[in-house]
Design a protein around this ligand. Structure first.
Ligand code: CS2
Length: 506
């Protein structure tokens, strides 16, 4: 995101800035908060203010506040940069959501976020807020890598530099496990029951997993605190879904043109949204079901369906498309082979790996995914989705491969995706365009690539030694290993177009 450009526009544009006052005067075609924002008090602290949460849980919460639940305002916390605070505070924390369905757009100004704070310079203030009884839920969207986990086992990575630093200085934490532990400790000390922690990232069994890693962090810090968190804090699992790419400058211009006022950080999304939540909120929750959320006892089947079918297909498209030089998911869906590849991924590898999903036909779900991926209104960059492969491949696809082998069958497309990811680590597309590999293990992975000198077998075998991606079992599985190597050899020798054509012919 190029901040310099929009900051310049903000300062030099004769257009007014989005705010409570200017929002009231927007054209009737723009939806806006249907409540008096001055009456809204904080009930949720949300950590990680990326585009996704502003298109998803902030909107569900907005709809519930509009029905009278004024004690569920959201205070956003960003742990990484001040950019979102700098963008949103001058506009009373309002932002525009541009929902695009191919050529059909709708605009809405969202007002459920009532304040934004940055943990690097407001840590005390944030902890004070998190220790008030009014804060009953802490929600998170910090991406897969934000939790300092070993991606293959889902356990705390105790060698993670941020974990080591936070254990050495636990009252000034920067990692998510460290931050949650300290907030829960201070809250206990203040005599209030713990808030519920709602993890809204794409991890399998997200609540259970993060509960385990936060308890483990706390235990390393102090055994009693670890036990307290293990026994007393609720971490419901949840499945979240709305395709929401990172905002581009072109989106800022589009939104400013439509609104007639400047919005420093609008969010572009698709019309579809889905939220399935395990109903375990000891201190209460907004009636999110009034905004369409589905409250259930067991999220697992929904979560697996979404994580594998949507996110797994996204990753497959992303690695093949980045290497082939295809920029967006909707462009990938017009390719001669890619849509057929993900159809085979669904039909052969993923649908058979899933348990029945209440009220849902999974095959129909995948057809709906096709339509969502084809949405040309949403420019979802394949390079954005390609990020953090070391964290995304295990829960999206490698787990499914394991389960298929255990059931006596073989995955067909998953080894191709792994080969595409390996080829992607070269940092160069087939036409020679360089791109950045964004991954917490990028240094290690690209060094392995460089050392293997384009020898498919050497490359695959050295990448297979990264156990927190592949575990110990997959690299020793002969079918898995030889199919990855075979596809990788073809990708390196003949390129994506021929590889996919041959793949589909077999
Ligand atoms: C995507 C997800 O970036 C990615 O890895 O697969 O962000 C995806 O768009 C969302 O999970 C959709 O709900």
């Amino acid at each position: 995101i190029n901040h310099c450009a929009w900051e310049y526009v903000m300062e030099n544009s004769p257009r007014m800035r989005l705010s409570n006052a200017s929002a009231a005067r927007l054209g009737a075609f723009v939806d806006r908060p249907a409540f008096d924002r001055r009456e809204v008090s904080p009930g949720i602290v949300h950590i990680g203010l990326g585009a996704f949460c502003r298109a998803h849980l902030a909107v569900y919460t907005e709809d519930v506040i509009a029905k009278g639940a004024s004690d569920w305002g959201i205070v956003g916390v960003d742990t990484i940069s001040t950019a979102v605070r700098d963008a949103l505070k001058p506009q009373d924390c309002l932002y525009t959501l541009l929902s695009r369905d191919n050529g059909d757009d709708s605009l809405r100004v969202v007002g459920s976020i009532i304040d934004v704070m940055i943990s690097s310079d407001q840590r005390r203030e944030i902890f004070e807020l998190m220790c008030t009884p009014e804060i009953r839920i802490v929600t998170l969207t910090v991406t897969e890598k934000g939790y300092c986990q070993d991606a293959a086992t889902g356990l705390l990575d105790e060698q993670h530099p941020a974990v080591i630093a936070d254990l050495a200085n636990p009252t000034e934490p920067n990692s998510i496990p460290g931050f949650l532990t300290e907030a829960l400790r201070l809250r206990k000390q203040a005599g209030h029951p713990p808030f519920t922690v709602l993890v809204c990232d794409n991890l399998a069994q997200n609540g259970t997993k993060v509960h385990r890693l936060v308890s483990r962090f706390a235990e390393l810090r102090d055994a009693d605190l670890g036990q307290f968190i293990r026994d007393n804090v609720s971490f419901p699992c949840t499945m979240v879904d709305r395709i929401t790419p990172a905002t581009q400058d072109a989106d800022r211009e589009t939104v400013a043109g439509r609104l007639g006022v400047q919005d420093a950080w609008p969010v572009v999304t698709e019309p579809f949204r889905q939220w399935v939540i395990e109903d375990q909120f000891p201190l209460g929750r907004p009636d999110w079901e009034k905004a369409g959320a589905i409250m259930v006892d067991d999220v697992l089947p929904f979560e697996m369906m979404k994580l594998r079918c949507l996110n797994g297909a996204h990753s497959t498209l992303a690695y093949l498309a980045v290497v082939a030089g295809i920029d967006t998911i909707s462009d990938a869906m017009t390719d001669a082979s890619l849509p057929k590849i993900i159809r085979q991924l669904w039909d052969n590898d993923l649908i058979p790996s899933l348990a029945a999903v209440p009220g849902t036909d999974v095959k129909t779900y995948t057809h709906e995914l096709e339509a969502r991926f084809q949405n040309t209104g949403v420019r979802h960059l394949t390079l954005q989705i390609s990020s953090d492969g070391s964290q995304k491949l295990p829960p999206r696809l490698l787990e499914a491969a394991r389960e298929l082998y255990a059931a006596g069958t073989e995955p067909k497309v998953i080894p191709l995706t792994v080969a595409a990811w390996m080829r992607f680590l070269s940092g160069k597309s087939e036409s020679g365009m360089a791109y950045t590999i964004s991954d917490p293990h990028a240094d290690k992975l690209t060094a392995i690539f460089a050392n293997a000198e384009n020898d498919p077998e050497r490359l695959a075998d050295s990448l297979f030694t990264v156990r927190d991606i592949f575990g110990d079992d997959l690299p020793t599985n002969q079918h898995f290993r030889s199919s990855v190597i075979g596809h990788l050899r073809s990708l390196i020798t003949y390129g994506t177009a021929k590889t996919l054509k041959d793949f589909l012919a077999n």
